[in-house]
Design a protein around this ligand. Structure first.
Ligand code: FDP
Length: 297
């Protein structure tokens, strides 16, 4: 079964299916960028003050131009743009996009991805629980798309022509095997440091792929917890609510897990501005609930 057939079988509303298909169709082009875009800094910064790589700037421009022309959405937030882009044409969907997640992996030729959250209406600042769908493209040794439209999590693999369904109803393995310790240890809050000390005593293994997409994909396969915590110097952590926390928390929730900002579900955050950041603790529910209790104590 291919992506189009799965979207039809699950009766996904046409506007949402069209946006998911747009990103599937664009995946080979985005993958092509790894060859055509030299692994150098672009000499510009994004709104977060982070240095942009040429690939980041190119992926952002490519997605924006084609998505605006497609008229499938009326509002677009991307990690690389200072403002939400409004699109005329009467479409009824807003999207939030991280065009190329894991930029530090450009130099090292390691996995990267594209993350997308899809909302009905024009409000890109809606809380994550209102998402209609979320997906990521993972550019690893093969290209995959992991997507949810609220009926579980599906994984598709690109065979050179189309995305074929590889797995459906994906659940986080019950026995967690990996943990991703984000940020800098000396800046961790005491509660989080205590939690990590406990985790290190278990038989779980530490993994950090330098790319949230591949880390979340690792969670879906092995179970565990991804963290980019609040730090003493960065109380809101590093990662973005709109294009990282929301879509990944939706996917993990649909796989039976939970995403928290340390106190409450990431999906309950009502963003007040498009570049809002949040601490992220994501994965098997019992582990994430445990971090919450350690942070409270
Ligand atoms: P990057 O800045 O390299 O694009 O989205 C941001 C992100 O990567 C995540 O993919 C990754 O998990 C995290 O930041 C890595 O941050 P650190 O370099 O601070 O570890």
């Amino acid at each position: 079964m291919n992506l189009t057939q799965k979207l039809a079988a699950d009766k996904v509303e046409k506007g949402v299916a069209d946006i998911i298909t747009f990103f599937a169709d664009l995946a080979p082009t985005l993958r092509g960028g790894f060859l055509t875009q030299v692994p150098e800094i672009a000499g510009t910064s994004n709104v977060y003050g982070e240095e942009q790589m040429k690939l980041d700037v190119w992926a952002d421009k490519t997605i924006l131009e084609k998505l605006v022309a497609s008229k499938r959405v009326c509002a677009i937030f991307t990690e690389e743009q200072p403002e939400i882009v409004k699109v005329a044409g009467g479409a009824k969907y807003a999207v939030c996009i991280d065009p190329m997640d894991g930029s530090s992996n450009i130099k090292t030729n390691l996995a990267m991805g594209t993350i997308v959250a899809i909302f009905g209406g024009s409000d890109a600042l809606a809380p994550g629980k209102e998402q209609k769908a979320a997906l990521y493209l993972l550019f690893g040794p093969v290209t995959t798309m992991v997507a949810t439209w609220g009926k579980g999590v599906n994984e598709f693999i690109f065979d050179g022509k189309q995305f074929l369904l590889r797995a459906e109803g994906i659940r986080l393995p019950e026995k967690p095997a990996v943990y991703v310790p984000g940020g800098r240890k000396e800046k961790w809050l005491p509660g989080f440091a205590r939690f990590m000390a406990e985790i290190e005593k278990t038989d779980m293994k530490s993994r950090n792929n330098g790319c949230m997409v591949s880390d979340v994909n690792t969670l879906l396969k092995y179970g565990g917890i991804f963290t980019y915590p609040a730090q003493t110097d960065k109380p809101d952590g590093k990662l973005r609510v709109l294009c990282e926390a929301n879509p990944m928390a939706f996917i993990i929730a649909q796989a039976g897990g939970y995403g928290s900002d340390g106190r409450k579900s990431l999906l309950e955050i009502k963003p007040t501005h498009s570049d809002q950041r949040t601490p992220i603790y994501l994965g098997n529910t019992e582990l994430v609930k445990k971090v919450e209790s350690y942070l409270k104590a």
